[in-house]
Design a protein around this ligand. Structure first.
Ligand code: UDX
Length: 429
């Protein structure tokens, strides 16, 4: 099938490459000329495992094309995915102007029947606005359908999440759109849930809100573990083995970050308020998440009461492993607290340092974890990259000025760390 994807960010690019991979013909559009040039030259503007290979392969086989012109995608495709960003406004409400601009552009260049699909995360009832916009500019009364097909792609495993999803959600208003979208996803083996558009839109926000709630819940339990002497990993496993709860997303840590959870929660709270519901549960999820970062800073401050001029070594800057994304990363908050207290920061991250340098210039960026440890008063782990789990801890101890390790992701065993002479603090144990 012929597909156009407007937006070549994480979602748009992964969607484009994966649709091409399963045999469709895809035109991916972005108005950022430099980004399109980069992609045309076979380079990916961000780090995402498996994506580069998929893009290169499908560009070569001519199933995937990049352009800055929306009109090219509109002319050649039946299905048009809107995958542009919906950044948060100051109020927390998502800015939908990119979505409506794309809808207008599509509408004024449509030549025959099209399905316009919302892929970006949008508030419930955005489909109605998209439809209104298209109607407004659809001078020749070309038939069209609007649909919602939310993505559930995690950064770091986006390709696998697309090709082997837990479910595919399709929100439609007509049989014609439903049949075409079902055909589109035929090569993917997953349960497909067909709903109305509003329910599909809501499923996305509700899913992310539920996952964030699970994280804040386990982080709250980790505080009780610390206060009572219980162990968070055992408690998490004990509750997670109940199939109704499930083992995933029960890792206590420094709090959730990234470009989805923080922004989607804020948006969802706002949308609920506009509809007349005070979503206090989610406000508390946010509060616990903020508090978790403060608590983590307090752990460091308790071990080093006078942080002024102390050198703190940070391992991990990205909001989670396997991505170079630092947007809303807990590292930003924690480093800022440490710097405000007068500490000097050294840091290493396998992929995120280039992005970090742009917003945190006052850090000494290191070549590896050992350089970070050298002469530091404490080593602080914020992201659980696999490489950090395999460090030579004897070497680390020798390099550190004091053998203090504060682990925000529970990557080491407290007993082993104690035996090896470290002063070791982690989360909920
Ligand atoms: C999320 C959703 O998972 C995905 O379905 C959606 O479409 C986009 O948003 P992503 O932001 O890539 O994906 O990351 P995710 O793996 O969900 O992690 C989000 C944050 O939660 C990270 O900061 C991570 O470190 C944290 N987290 C996750 C925990 O602290 N504990 C956990 O158990 C799981």
């Amino acid at each position: 099938m012929k597909i156009g994807v407007i937006g070549a960010g994480y979602v748009g690019l992964t969607t484009s490459a994966c649709f091409a991979h399963i045999g469709h013909s895809v035109i991916c559009v972005d108005n950022d000329e430099e980004k399109i040039r980069t992609l045309q030259n076979g380079k990916i503007p961000f780090y995402e495992p498996k994506l580069k290979h998929l893009v290169t392969k499908n560009v070569k086989s001519k199933r995937l094309k990049f352009t800055t012109k929306t009109i090219e995608a509109v002319k050649e495709s039946v299905i048009l995915f809107i995958a542009v960003s919906t950044p948060p406004k100051k109020t927390g409400k998502p800015n939908l102007s990119y979505v409506t601009n794309v809808a207008r552009e599509i509408s004024s260049t449509m030549n025959e029947y099209k399905i316009i699909v919302e892929k970006s995360t949008v508030p419930v009832k955005t489909g109605e606005k998209v439809k209104e916009t298209i109607n407004l500019y659809n001078k020749n009364n070309i038939p069209f359908d609007v649909a919602s097909n939310p993505e559930f792609l995690r950064e770091g495993s986006a390709v696998d999440d697309f090709l082997q999803p837990d479910r595919i959600v399709i929100g439609v208003e007509s049989k014609r759109a439903k049949d075409i979208l079902l055909e589109l996803y035929k090569p993917i083996n997953a349960p497909i849930l067909v709903t109305d558009i509003k329910s599909a839109e809501l499923i996305k926000h509700a899913s992310n809100a539920f996952l964030a709630m699970k994280i804040s819940f386990i982080n709250a339990i980790s505080v009780i573990c610390e206060m009572s002497g219980a162990s968070i990993e055992k408690v998490a496993r004990g509750i997670g083995l109940d199939k109704r709860i499930g083992l995933n997303f029960l890792n206590a840590g420094v709090g959730y970050g990234g470009f989805c959870f923080p922004k989607d929660l804020k948006a969802f709270i706002q949308i609920a308020a506009e509809l007349g519901y005070d979503f206090r549960l989610l406000k508390e999820v946010e509060r616990i998440n903020e508090e978790q970062k403060q608590r983590f800073f307090n752990k460091v401050a308790k071990l080093l009461p006078n942080l002024k001029n102390k050198q703190i070594g940070i391992l991990g800057l990205s909001f989670k492993p396997n991505t170079d994304d630092i947007r809303f990363a807990p590292s930003i908050d924690i480093i800022s607290r440490l710097q405000t207290a007068g500490a000097k920061i050294k840091a290493f991250d396998p992929y995120a340092m280039n992005n970090a340098k742009k917003i945190m210039p006052n850090i000494e960026y290191c070549k590896n974890p050992y350089q970070v440890a050298e002469n530091s008063d404490a080593l602080v782990i914020i992201t659980e990259w696999d490489d950090f789990k395999k460090l030579d801890l004897n070497k680390i101890k020798k390099l550190l000025k004091r053998p203090i390790v504060v682990d925000g992701r529970n990557i080491y065993d407290p007993k082993t760390m104690g035996k090896n002479g470290f002063i070791y603090q982690s989360i909920g144990r």
